[in-house]
Write a protein that binds this ligand. Structure first.
Ligand code: PDD
Length: 287
């Protein structure tokens, strides 16, 4: 199987049409999501994804329905039933279904759905680097919550895509400061120091970002500065890269027409990617 869904307690094929018309996720984007990766038939960093999922629920005041154990069991069941070895599991939780009112209706039953899909990591992007565009960050001021409201991200990625680029790097125009990628966190290396935006309301606390900061960078004694920087500062960096569940660590060799460093994936980026792959191999060794 290449894909499989979970909806209303049942495992279903993705062509089964099943969306409740008055689901608040559908009408308001009133819900949250996570995307995790499967390597060798094993979920990677699922505990970190579930921790962020719980935080998103708390921030949006969506009551807890499934326990972590139940969520882990659902992930395992999807992997087992689909027989997918390498892919992604997307899951989302909406506040539930009710006649449309902006305030939260009472007695809402949150609604969980999931999709597992076979997919490979872009190793060519990791080897050669990607080209990114710089786009204005027009999103709301709670980018720390992983909500279904992604139009600011979608429009930025589409703008990059139209130019033939693979990612959009977002910046807040008033402050002239880079925040993150449209679906990734952004890092750069300058004078041997690793720079990335601090964790606050303007970026998502990426699971990959956390693993890089907590586990990979210390292996190389890298100094990390968690401080916002301008696009001009980024253009003068030696190396730049983005991190995400799907991109892992992917070098950024151009931002618009600006070449980063010598225009090739840098040494620190390659070291961090290798360290990240080692952590994956430890956690998801072949069964
Ligand atoms: N996106 N920032 C944004 C805005 C993101 O959408 C993502 C991930 C990240 C990186 O987070 P993580 O390392 O936990 O994947 C940062 C996922 C992959 C998505 O929307 O599909």
């Amino acid at each position: 199987m290449k894909e499989l869904g979970y909806f209303d307690g049942e495992f279903i094929t993705l062509d089964t049409a099943k969306v409740r018309l008055e689901d608040r996720g559908y009408e308001f984007g009133d819900g949250i999501y996570e995307a995790s990766r499967i390597y060798n038939g094993t979920s990677f960093a699922l505990a970190r994804h579930l921790e962020r999922y719980r935080r998103s629920m708390r921030e949006l005041q969506i009551p807890i329905t499934d326990t972590d154990e139940e969520m882990i069991a659902l992930h395992e069941e999807l992997i087992q039933k689909s027989q997918i070895k390498n892919g992604t599991i997307y899951f989302q939780l909406t506040r539930g279904t009710a006649p449309r009112t902006h305030y939260f209706p009472e007695k809402m039953m949150p609604h969980l759905s999931m999709v597992i899909r076979e997919s490979a990591v872009h190793s060519d992007w990791q080897e050669n680097g990607i080209h990114a565009s710089l786009e204005e960050d027009v999103r709301w001021l709670r980018c720390d919550i992983k909500t279904l409201n992604l139009l600011g991200n979608v429009l930025a990625k589409q703008s990059a895509h139209k130019k033939g680029y693979q990612e959009a790097i977002l910046y807040r125009k008033e402050a002239n400061l880079i925040t993150e990628g449209s679906s990734s966190n952004f890092f750069l290396v300058k004078d041997g120091v690793l720079w990335t935006h601090p964790l606050n309301n303007l970026i998502l606390k990426g699971v990959t970002r956390s693993i890089i900061v907590e586990k990979c960078a210390p292996k190389f004694d890298l100094t990390i500065v968690e401080k916002a920087f301008s696009p001009e500062f980024a253009y003068s960096a030696e190396e730049a890269f983005v991190t995400s569940t799907t991109l892992e660590v992917t070098p950024v060799t151009f931002i618009n027409r600006h070449q980063i460093g010598n225009g090739e994936p840098g040494k620190v980026t390659r070291q961090l990617l290798q360290a990240y792959h080692e952590i994956i191999a430890q956690e998801c060794s072949k069964k």
